[in-house]
Design a protein around this ligand. Structure first.
Ligand code: BGC
Length: 355
């Protein structure tokens, strides 16, 4: 069925910028909302096995929710586009062509997910579109040379598309006027039960990864690419998150749960999240080499989300498709360099079913 596209004003920033909420939908099958503050994914309504539509991504009912200080101070990135660089960076610096770039620390002395005012806090330009078999919105932002101390002016387009089968895609295109680094992602938090007072521990999870990246005590990759065999990071068969996450394993103590990058074996259907209670299932494909899996370990009841529910530890799980974290300081990881003549492209697709 041809999907529908609607839009409305979601609110205004303190500077008076209008924020638009776009809804891409197929009746009784899927309803996705996105907004141009942070090019953020705000809502995802999908049916359970009995056809009951519920919202399964964390967020806020109003723009004010996203702007509230209690939320912003905790740098949780709910549904946001994250950039320029997803994750943490060793020593808050990197070197490029003999120059050292010092990056501002925004959380606990660490430069995380783009810095003090990352792409999650920018107002993006919008371009909604309809084709014969899809609808969508492209968000555009120009990140100036020197923003958060990164080199090069980057033009970035993030496109959310819903096709006639109900498949959703987030795609990225970018270019820079100077040699620079880039590793964006989307930071949606999923809880397929549709009830954010529950945790995601009973969800089943599969990731087609034989290897993952162990972290040091600062949640930065040690550089080792380790086999998942015999560790709690072995999700090569769909299994409940709860059992492995409760094991005594030094890697799980670092971040009080999973907050690790999995090295994908191949792009198609490379991760699955499944809620046995509702039957809702998410199947993901991506052109990226890794997925940062974050089991909501630092959500700490600090602010109220949708319907006044506070989001606590493990309320949701993030599946952040990206290049490996700290690639700018790890010569053996796939490169995140972006050259001036290059076009950066990345695509992640989400298929939602109920069984
Ligand atoms: C990171 C976490 C971080 C969270 C929220 C995740 O992508 O891996 O360490 O706490 O985002 O900012």
């Amino acid at each position: 069925m041809q999907p529908l596209l609607t839009s409305k004003t979601f609110g205004f920033t303190p500077k008076g910028e209008e924020i638009h909420l776009f809804t891409l939908s197929i009746p009784n099958q899927i309803e996705i909302s996105v907004m141009n503050y942070g090019a953020t994914w705000t809502h995802l309504l999908i049916p359970d096995r009995n056809g009951k539509m519920e919202d399964v991504v964390l967020g806020f009912d109003t723009l004010e929710g996203y702007l509230q200080k209690d939320y912003q101070d905790h740098y949780c990135y709910i549904g946001s586009t994250v950039g320029r660089i997803a994750g943490r960076i060793t020593g808050n610096q990197f070197h490029l062509d003999g120059k050292t770039y010092e990056l501002p620390a925004n959380l606990d002395g660490i430069h995380l997910h783009g810095g003090m005012e990352g792409w999650d806090r920018k107002v993006w330009k919008t371009e909604p579109f309809e084709t014969q078999n899809s609808v969508g919105v492209t968000f555009y932002y120009q990140s100036q040379d020197g923003e958060e101390n990164y080199p090069g002016t980057i033009d970035i387009w993030v496109t959310y598309t819903l096709d006639e089968t109900g498949r959703m895609e987030i795609s990225y295109q970018a270019s820079s006027d100077k040699k620079t680094i880039l590793n964006p992602t989307n930071h949606a938090y999923f809880n397929l039960t549709g009830d954010f007072s529950k945790t995601i521990e009973e969800h089943g999870f599969f990731v087609d990864a034989e290897n993952y990246l162990p972290m040091n005590k600062n949640s930065l990759p040690t550089g080792e690419i380790a086999n998942v065999g015999g560790t709690p990071f072995d999700f090569r068969n769909l299994k409940t998150i709860q059992e492995p996450i409760q094991r005594e394993h030094p890697q799980l103590q670092i971040a009080e749960g999973i907050d690790h990058c999995f090295v994908l074996k191949q792009p198609e259907d490379c991760a699955v999240l499944y809620d046995p209670e509702s039957g809702r299932k998410l199947t993901l494909s991506t052109t990226e080499p890794g997925i940062q899996v974050y089991t909501g370990n630092y959500l700490g009841n600090n602010f109220k989300g949708k319907n006044g529910v506070t989001y606590g530890k493990r309320t949701a799980i993030c599946l952040e498709t990206q290049h490996f974290p700290d690639s700018c300081n790890q010569p053996d990881f796939p490169s995140i360099l972006l050259m001036p003549e290059e076009i950066f492209e990345s695509r992640t697709q989400f298929v939602f079913t109920a069984e």
